[in-house]
Write a protein that binds this ligand. Structure first.
Ligand code: TRH
Length: 378
């Protein structure tokens, strides 16, 4: 029985690495009753999305997960039954050596980044024997289609989303310090990298025919909003207005509350990997700002997803999604693209529901990982 799990996570930048690992750790512990240790080298980033995490503790329990601060000087411990090396972070040598001393060797998995590219199916589950130790590492790829590891999806997420009704939303907004919606208001969440053409979009939103309320997350992109409004800085909680547009700067939310925010908004701008997936479960039209990679490798990744996501859409709707997503990622003029996109809001919302049905039929990543680890226990 693979009861004990170790997840190793190195934060490269931003919040996606720990965001994915934290979700996975919580799910394994709470839904599958596994004993999970999460080794993380950056408690400050972690604390942004999980405020209960104590910045000074070398070891702590949060939501049934045993969190260990992963320092260079790694104290030798008994390896777990299943070891997850997230996003090719390098396991401590002493830990690897200890894996072979166990009566039954650990199952060693490298959890990879998410991509909709076709090669993923061919690489999912591949074995990589260690060059000189009797150990095999397997590559586990998340994905959007059969033949991949699927996506992180908590057992109750879609039910919780359904029961997040108007009253719960009202309470949610109040708790966040965000006013109730005005009549016909479009509510938008905004989480993106600093090179997004935000100022460009804000000027289009200001001239909308109905009110638009943008919830902007703190980060370097805030400078673009400040420039648009002609102010030197924006405080958290601060509200600025221009024409039909209101922008409120909000702090980072605890991860589950971020999910609720996505459910409560009409349109979500997301980025990276984890918020991009959560926007899909939220079944609202969304725009993805992809994490930039060397040699424009991200363009291929973006188009691979767009190809899959728009495949069953009528051609004009697909063209609308392509146009806005490309403009948002290229930093080009987005006025017409936005107007066409918003005109398709109802159809896009419907499509996002069909899309979720399709995705959830693949099984969730945590359950797929458990099955895979059972099949690959030597
Ligand atoms: O922060 P990101 O850009 O993260 C990543 C990393 O840069 C990573 O190195 C890179 O490989 C990857 O992108 C592609 O975006 P992401 O993946 O959406 O992660 C953000 C996390 O923060 C996600 O788990 C959601 C969470 N979050 C909150 O918990 N509260 C919030 O208020 C917000 C805005 C996000």
């Amino acid at each position: 029985m693979n009861k004990r799990w170790d997840i190793f996570c190195t934060v490269i930048d931003n919040f996606g690495d720990i965001g994915v690992c934290w979700r996975l750790a919580r799910q394994l512990a709470s839904q599958h009753e596994l004993v999970v240790r999460l080794w993380i080298n950056d408690l400050v980033s972690f604390n942004h999305i999980a405020p209960d995490v104590d910045l000074t503790a070398k070891q702590q329990w949060v939501q049934s997960v045993d969190i260990r601060y992963w320092q260079e000087s790694f104290i030798n411990i008994e390896p777990a039954d299943v070891v997850i090396e997230a996003f090719s972070c390098k396991l401590p040598d002493s830990y690897i050596n200890s894996m072979i001393t166990l009566p039954q060797t650990s199952v060693w998995l490298n959890l990879e980044y998410l991509s909709a590219e076709n090669w993923v199916i061919g690489c999912h589950g591949l074995a990589s024997p260690h060059p000189y130790l009797p150990l095999i590492k397997h590559f586990f790829f998340p994905g959007f289609v059969s033949g991949t590891g699927g996506l992180l999806l908590e057992q109750h997420l879609l039910i919780d989303k359904k029961s997040f009704n108007a009253l719960s939303q009202l309470e949610f907004w109040r708790h966040l310090g965000v006013p109730e919606r005005k009549e016909k208001e479009l509510r938008v969440s905004m989480f993106c990298y600093d090179d997004a053409p935000l100022g460009n979009l804000l000027s289009v939103l200001a001239t909308s025919s109905t009110p638009v309320y943008v919830l902007l997350f703190q980060g370097p992109i805030v400078n673009s909003a400040a420039v648009f409004f002609g102010v030197t800085s924006l405080e958290i909680g601060g509200v600025l207005q221009s024409g039909q547009l209101t922008v409120q700067l909000i702090p980072f939310l605890e991860q589950s509350n971020y999910d609720r925010l996505l459910w409560a908004c009409d349109i979500n701008f997301v980025r990276g990997e984890d918020s991009f997936v959560r926007a899909q479960w939220a079944t609202r039209p969304f725009i993805w700002h992809i994490y930039p990679q060397e040699n424009n490798a991200h363009q291929i990744k973006l188009d691979a997803f767009l190809d899959l996501y728009t495949r069953d859409m009528p051609s004009n709707m697909a063209a609308t999604v392509l146009a806005l997503w490309h403009s948002w990622n290229d930093g080009t003029q987005i006025k017409d693209a936005w107007l066409s996109f918003i005109a398709q809001q109802v159809n896009l919302t419907q499509h996002s529901e069909t899309w979720v049905d399709q995705l959830s039929s693949l099984g969730d990543l945590a359950s797929n990982l458990i099955l895979f680890s059972q099949e690959n226990r030597i």
